[in-house]
Design a binder for this molecule. Structure first.
Ligand code: FDP
Length: 345
């Protein structure tokens, strides 16, 4: 077999891919590699639950309300526990934080603590679960800041996106995909259910130069600032600036982000006046905005809160919310321009 044919028929599993990336960092110990592989495993376990959701009669809500004041779905809890239990005793993590838990989670006593912290949104877009709309898991990995021989503290989790070591998401849709970056490009893997492995299907993802879509909940348009309203009209082609993009809004961030990453476009969930309890919009900086902005930037795009690169925002709270404009760089910069022009600081 010649080299080209050999390459053509070579199957790249996620494990091989992560190991290959590790080889380009001679100082790497393999801990991050194992941690990423743990997340791939968590993705497989959660995918097996989401695809059997109706069969197992686990759809519907639990009685609980989570820290965000939202009703917790059973699958959210399953996903949350799956990720926690696969990671809390491996010796790779110093702490974990999940969108579903009010406080940072320490490693159980008697188990070794590691060098990394893991922040995750176990099942993003969960209000869509009952309707068979794709949902996803988002994860963010930082190096701990506190000394290795002491318990982790909150500051280990409150790090800006710039400090991310790796981030990724798993989307449970018509197929299950895992997309991740360690700062050397963005790579996508599709789960082959017949062999139970994530196989490289989208190497080196770059957001296409020509955008196709914009995604926002236009139902809230009248609660948005003047800048965001004017920006929306620009995207619709009203001021003749661009031809006008197609609107696609699933209402499941991972799905909306993933589509725009592959097709080109922008997703935004701005601050609005709808809910006085949420003056900065709905999305969470640490579990959603920062990891996805890291991926967007690695794919040539951008994530912004409308004024500032999301990766430069210093978090002050674990469950901090932020406006988010994310996707094709040009369109996100355009949003910042409209906001500067129309909205008071
Ligand atoms: P959900 O409440 O279903 O978990 O951050 C959560 C999120 O979904 C995002 O995935 C999604 O983009 C957004 O909220 C949808 O919110 P709206 O229903 O207000 O549009």
């Amino acid at each position: 077999m010649d080299a080209q044919t050999d390459q053509q028929y070579r199957i790249m599993t996620i494990e091989n891919h992560i190991l290959q990336e590790q080889r380009s960092h001679p100082q790497a110990t393999g801990v991050l590699t194992s941690l990423l592989y743990d997340m791939a495993l968590a993705g497989k376990v959660i995918a097996s639950k989401t695809t059997r959701a109706g069969l197992a009669e686990i759809l519907g809500r639990t009685e609980d309300v989570n820290v965000q004041g939202e009703q917790v779905m059973k699958l959210d809890r399953l996903a949350d526990l799956t990720i926690f239990r696969l990671n809390d005793r491996t010796g790779r993590l110093a702490a974990l934080a999940s969108e579903e838990n009010a406080n940072m989670m320490q490693i159980p006593e008697d188990y070794p603590a590691g060098r990394y912290v893991l922040l995750y949104d176990p099942l993003d877009g969960s209000s869509n679960i009952d309707y068979n709309v794709p949902v996803g898991t988002i994860f963010a990995i930082y190096r701990r800041k506190s000394p290795d021989d002491q318990p982790a503290d909150l500051q280990d989790c409150l790090q800006p996106g710039r400090k991310l070591v790796a981030a990724g998401y798993i989307i449970y849709g018509s197929s299950t995909m895992l997309v991740y970056s360690t700062g050397a490009g963005v790579h996508g893997f599709t789960l082959d259910p017949s062999v139970g492995e994530f196989l490289l299907s989208h190497p080196n993802i770059r957001i296409p130069a020509k955008p196709h879509y914009f995604s926002a909940n236009l139902g809230y348009k009248f609660f948005w600032s003047k800048g965001t309203q004017a920006y929306t009209e620009y995207l619709q082609g009203h001021d003749g600036g661009i031809k006008g993009l197609s609107l696609r809004y699933v209402g499941s961030l991972v799905s909306d982000f993933h589509r725009n990453l592959l097709a080109g476009g922008v997703f935004y969930y701005p601050a609005d006046r709808k809910d006085p309890q949420k003056p900065h919009g709905k999305l969470r900086l640490l579990y959603e905005a920062a990891p996805l902005s890291f991926i967007a930037e690695q794919a040539g795009g951008l994530g912004s809160d409308g004024r500032k690169n999301i990766l430069d925002v210093e978090p002050t709270e674990l469950h901090q919310r932020t406006p988010l404009y994310i996707g094709s760089r040009y369109l996100v910069e355009k949003a910042e321009q409209f906001i500067r022009e129309y909205d008071a600081t």
